[in-house]
Write a protein that binds this ligand. Structure first.
Ligand code: ATP
Length: 251
């Protein structure tokens, strides 16, 4: 999506609107400090920031896994806690957190069932997602029988079963080889071109630059800057996003 995109989406609610989000954990640590973020529908949006900046806490808050201390979150105009919002968000977490005793097809079918899909529809979508991620040949295996890269694809396939309008990918390419990274990029682009809004976190700055039409930089629980890679490079008189990153996030 180009800079013209917000114009195209005028009048439609953003895919994600976060206002004044605060999260103070039980031990008193402030992980999100009044964070504001708006992501237009159709975006392929990258969130960059150092370890501990608050990315996973933000994602957890959007997906109702973390209870915010204050602030508002809306998904396509619906409060994040609502049934509508929950149905529209898909999350591929950083951890490979799948049931290792089920076949991978069952993992996907049960996930669909959990989100209210009938068995036949859940099965159809499970097969579709396995096909898209190149896992159809492993449908009857358990996650334990898969390589690390295949397990990562499985987590992504599971997030797709509900056909989310906002797909959140938390470090989808962490620790994967060059071929799988290219494969994940291909799937991400295909989904985005079909209209899915994507929010991804990554520590690979060149990945954000190559893949994302907009990038936000997060530090200490706040967004410190955002824009297209070109816009950010110009703004910081930088030659690369790595250079932008080190300037913007220098304390
Ligand atoms: P990474 O890139 O390492 O995944 P992140 O940007 O996702 O980091 P978070 O996982 O959101 O960062 O963590 C933000 C801060 O909140 C960190 O300092 C972390 O230690 C702290 N934190 C996270 N979960 C808890 C918790 N349950 N209790 C206390 N502090 C926590």
């Amino acid at each position: 999506m180009s800079a013209a995109a917000p114009e195209r989406h005028r009048g439609r609610p953003p895919a994600l609107a976060v206002r004044g989000l605060r999260k103070v954990y039980g031990d008193g640590f402030t992980a999100l400090d009044g964070l504001d973020l708006e992501i237009p529908q159709g975006a392929l949006f990258g969130l960059l920031g150092p370890n501990g900046a608050g990315k996973t806490t933000l994602i957890g808050s959007v997906c109702n896994l973390v209870r915010p201390t204050a602030g508002e979150i809306e998904v396509l105009g619906h409060p994040a806690g609502s049934r509508e919002a929950r149905a529209m968000v898909g999350l591929a977490e950083q951890d490979i957190n799948v049931d290792r005793f089920l076949t991978i097809r069952q993992v996907l079918v049960y996930h669909g069932g959990y989100f209210g899909l009938g068995r036949r529809e859940a099965s159809r979508r499970a097969d579709e997602a396995l096909e898209l991620l190149g896992l159809a040949g492993k449908a009857g295996k358990t996650a334990l029988d898969l390589s690390g890269g295949m397990q990562r694809r499985l987590v992504l396939a599971r997030a797709l079963v509900t056909r989310p309008r906002l797909l959140i990918l938390d470090e989808p390419t962490a620790g994967v080889d060059v071929d799988l990274r290219a494969e994940i990029w291909r799937v991400v682009r295909t989904l985005n071109q079909a209209g899915t809004t994507i929010l991804l976190t990554t520590h690979y700055l060149e990945e954000a630059e190559a893949l994302c039409d907009e990038i936000a930089l997060i530090r200490a629980g706040r967004i410190v800057d955002r824009g297209s890679a070109t816009h950010l490079r110009e703004q910081y008189a930088a030659t690369s996003i790595a250079d932008v990153y080190s300037q913007a996030l220098a304390s």
